[in-house]
Structures are given as C-alpha cells and as structure tokens.
Design a protein around this ligand. Structure first.
Ligand SMILES: *Cc1c(COP(=O)(O)O)cnc(C)c1O
Length: 367
C-alpha cells in the first residue's frame, strides 16, 4: 500500500536528533514558556523574515488570536466582516466566527483554488475590516492588487499559512506578506510537530505583544491579567522538535516540488485534471497534490484497490456544514464543484521514485 502520508517515515529521518531534543527537554525540568520556545520563535522569525513570532498551541488558535488581538486594539469589533475564501479548511472560518465576527465567503479561482482576488472589492462594505487569504494546498495567494485593495479600504490582511510554510512570493516568504499570519504545525503539515502546535508571525509589535499576552491568560506579568485571554501555549518539547525539523524544511519542500513536476509531466489521462504549477515554482510547496475528476468516488475506489491511498480535501465546504447552517443557502457553485471533484494523491518528502511511478502508471490505466 502506498500511504497517503507516512509520518512514521518522515520523522524516522531525524530520529536521533528528535530523541536527543526530547531527552534534553525531559532532563531540563522546564516544560512551558522557556528557552526552547524562545529559540524556535527566533528561528521562525529568521526563516520568514517577520520581526515577531509567537508560538501558540495550534493553528486555529493562531488565527483566533490574531483576530482577538485586533479586537483588543480596537481595529475591529464584534459584528464586523472578514472576507474569507469559501474554498478553505473550516478552521479559517471558525477563527472568524469564534470572535463574533462575520465571515464573508468569496468564490475561488478554478485554476489556483485560491480566493478570486477580482471578486474581493465588490464584497467590501463599511463593516469589512480584514481579508483572510489562505494559501490553500501550499500555493501562495498574493498579488499587488490585493495589497492595493487593502490599502484603499484600510483593511488588514491575515494570512492563513497553515499549508504553505516555506512558499515564497517575489523573495518574500508566506507569513510575511500580510499584516499577520497563522501557522499550523499539526503533524501532517509541511513542518509538523509530534502533536499540536502553531504560531503567529507579524511585523506589528503592538499586535504581537497583545497576542503573546492573550495566549497566556491575558497576562504579561505573572498573576497580572490585562485581558480576558486563553491558554494557548506551545510545549517546550514541541518547540525542540520543530527546531530540528525546520532545518530540513526547504529540502523537503524541494522534494515535494520534484514529485509534483513528475506527476504533472507524466499523468496523461483525459479524465484527470492536474493542478497548475505556478510560473515561479517557489510559489508552491505542495502540501497537497490535488487533482480533479468527475467521478471521484470511482477513481478513489480504483486507486485503493490498486494499493494507493488518497484523501479528499475537503468533502464538504464550510458553508454547507451543519456548524454553519446559517450560511446553508449561500450560492457558491465553484466551491461546491471543487469539493465534489477533488482528490489528493500521495505526495511527501519520503515518497520513493518507484512509488511515484506506480501512482502515475495506475492513474494512466484508469478508464
Ligand atoms: C491545519 C489548518 C488549520 C488549523 O491548524 P490546526 O493546527 O489543526 O489547528 C487552519 N487552516 C488551514 C487551511 C489548515 O489546513
């Protein structure tokens, strides 16, 4: 069986270093808010180019805390609108609704799967305060136009960078394109911890200070609580693991790009629509390699019978989820079409050439 993603194999590459890191943390007797997290935050800032990095408990919290920080700064208030792609993982939307803000769903572009930037301006109202861009599947969602729109209407741009760490737009890393960015280090992400973790990056020092406090009971000084915060901290042990793995991220992303190129040049089956490789290949880190096909269930079943595990990202769009039944009547045909047709093929830094060849062969024989 070719696994969709072999996490055991990915982490086995660095087994000695990870074990050493774990032992150091265990023996230190210090497990939260310590040197390991500080060290990882510095490394993440160096990596992305952002002046501030705040380690938090997970990716959803990173996004929630950015918005909550803006509420504390009075940049936005309950009931304000945040523009978000309709085609995203539900966490992007939950971060908005959790703060009492209103998600305004925008249809994606069918070629990139990212928000259609041309449709943003017509959806801006007097209550719009931010645009959340999602670099979905690892592909950068950015243009000069989007920053111009934000400037014109005085909007913040928040990047959901859960899937695209390491991607680069004109020499700028994702996470350093907008006003603030949320990262996830969920084990299956391109930079995966061995458990839950996340981070915020921003060049806004005031926002950074508030987010750091909000993630720690709203406190800057122990037992002095300035805000109604939450408990959202990264474990020292996860920071130590992430520091080990961050060193290898660029190499792993490059391997993903090579497998993506191999798939795109060799999958030749008219029933399968391949993803677009951006002109500048650095704009994609291939967190997922997503194809489209009309009879997805049949293809998925066929691949499974032939020893290839695939997943669907995602089967139901946020506005069609029970959790968001209030948006159930929204009309987003492009998003719905995507959700009905997408299938994610195995892609990972530890996949072998033989496995990639087998995926291609089996796909090319699909009738
Ligand atoms: C994974 C993910 C998140 C949330 O990250 P967690 O660490 O699982 O909370 C948010 N947005 C997107 C697009 C994601 O893929």
């Amino acid at each position: 069986m070719i696994k969709f993603l072999d996490l055991q194999k990915i982490n086995a590459q660095y087994e000695e270093e990870l074990k050493q890191a774990a032992v150091q943390v265990i023996e230190s007797g210090w497990y939260l808010l310590g040197e390991r997290v500080e060290h990882f935050e510095r490394n993440l800032s160096n990596y992305t180019g952002s002046s501030n990095s705040i380690a938090v408990a997970n990716g959803l919290d990173a996004l929630r805390l950015i918005l909550r920080g803006y509420i504390e700064l009075e940049v936005m208030t309950i009931g304000d609108e945040v523009i978000v792609p309709a085609n995203t993982y539900i966490a992007s939307v939950m971060a908005i609704s959790d703060n009492g803000l209103k998600p305004v769903f925008i249809e994606p572009d069918l070629d990139s799967y990212n928000i259609n930037i041309k449709k943003i301006e017509e959806n801006i109202t007097s209550r719009t305060k931010a645009i959340m861009v999602v670099h979905l599947y690892g592909r950068v969602c950015w243009s000069k136009e989007i920053s111009q729109i934000a400037k014109k209407y005085n909007l913040k741009i928040i990047e959901d960078n859960a899937q695209a760490i390491g991607a680069d737009w004109n020499g700028i890393k994702t996470g350093n394109l907008g006003d603030a960015a949320g990262f996830s280090f969920y084990p299956g992400k391109n930079l995966g911890a061995l458990g839950d973790s996340g981070a915020v990056t921003t060049n806004d020092d005031k926002l950074s200070e508030i987010i750091r406090a909000l993630g720690n009971y709203g406190s800057k000084k122990k037992y002095i609580n300035e805000y109604k915060g939450l408990n959202s901290r990264m474990d020292e042990i996860q920071a130590a693991f992430l520091d080990v793995k961050l060193k290898y991220l660029d190499k792993e992303n490059q391997t993903r790009r090579e497998f993506a190129k191999f798939y795109v040049s060799n999958i030749k089956n008219k029933k399968i629509l391949l993803p677009e490789i951006p002109t500048n290949e650095l704009e994609h880190v291939w967190h997922l390699f997503v194809i489209r096909t009309e009879n997805r269930e049949k293809l998925q079943e066929y691949l499974l019978i032939n020893g290839i595990q695939t997943l669907i990202h995602y089967p139901i769009p946020p506005h069609k989820q029970l959790a968001y039944r209030e948006w159930g009547n929204l009309n987003c045909p492009i998003t719905e079409q995507i959700h009905n047709e997408v299938l994610s093929l195995p892609i990972s830094p530890t996949m072998t050439d033989g496995e990639a060849k087998k995926v291609v062969e089996i796909l090319n024989q699909f009738k």
